[in-house]
Design a protein around this ligand. Structure first.
Ligand SMILES: CC(C)(COP(=O)(O)OP(=O)(O)OC[C@H]1O[C@@H](n2cnc3c(N)ncnc32)[C@H](O)[C@@H]1OP(=O)(O)O)[C@@H](O)C(=O)NCCC(=O)NCCS
Length: 188
């Protein structure tokens, strides 16, 4: 499976230990983390976290990509394709009876540095992630969720063809969910 790919303006590569600078810019900025974490993180904390984060992405095999703007060589953010976290309190174990493991859904996501906002990069990245998911992997469905007031991200997801699911329970909150199937994606 080819894990390095590109769009007109962006290069996608698996996140690596060399990306501490990028994660500090992302997770040290209160505006960036506002909708994705409960607080900012210090460089010292991220030195501890980054190897775990990369491990969650299969040690660079799949999951978290660094986004680089091709024109400038600047790292502008990350995009993910990862399983929704399974959290004990969030899991409707009754669903398992029907063989429907909702928490096994694969979610798409993106976190851009503030300097990269408002240029269409999230839409470009999400569009490419969906193409990767449906062309290069066996996935039939991709989901996403956002904070209730993250209207910019909700707009990105619907622009990419994802359909609102209404409120879902994820990350221990009731928040807007989105979903797209491979068939829906083919028809875009
Ligand atoms: C949310 C985020 C990914 C958007 O990235 P971006 O590159 O600016 O997004 P795009 O430019 O591709 O598209 C944003 C769209 O939302 C619109 N938008 C921006 N702010 C908005 C707002 N407050 N309300 C409604 N729409 C808004 C933009 O006009 C644009 O739509 P358009 O192309 O139709 O004009 C970026 O701000 C970010 O990384 N934020 C921090 C992390 C985060 O929240 N990640 C998402 C977690 S679900």
């Amino acid at each position: 499976m080819k894990l390095c790919f590109e769009t007109d303006r962006l290069q996608f590569d698996p996140l690596s230990l060399d990306d501490l600078d990028l994660t500090v810019e992302q997770f040290g900025d209160p505006e960036v983390v506002k909708h994705v974490a409960d607080r900012t993180y210090t460089e010292a904390e991220l030195i501890e976290e980054l190897p775990l984060y990369i491990r969650r992405a299969g040690d660079g095999c799949i999951g978290i990509w660094r986004l680089t703007e091709k024109a400038t060589g600047e790292k502008i953010g990350t995009a993910i394709l990862l399983p929704m976290p399974i959290e004990k309190d969030d899991t409707d174990w009754g669903l398992l009876d029907g063989g429907d493991i909702s928490d096994g859904d694969i979610e798409v996501g993106y976190i851009l540095k503030r300097s990269a906002w408002g240029k269409g990069f999230a839409t470009e990245a999400c569009t490419r992630m969906l193409r990767f998911a449906f062309e290069a992997t066996p996935l039939d469905v991709v989901v996403a969720c956002t904070a209730t007031d993250n209207t910019a991200s909700q707009h990105v997801l619907t622009k990419c063809g994802m359909k609102p699911l209404g409120t879902i329970h994820a990350y221990q909150e009731d928040i807007p969910g989105f979903r797209i199937t491979k068939d829906e994606w083919r028809r875009l």
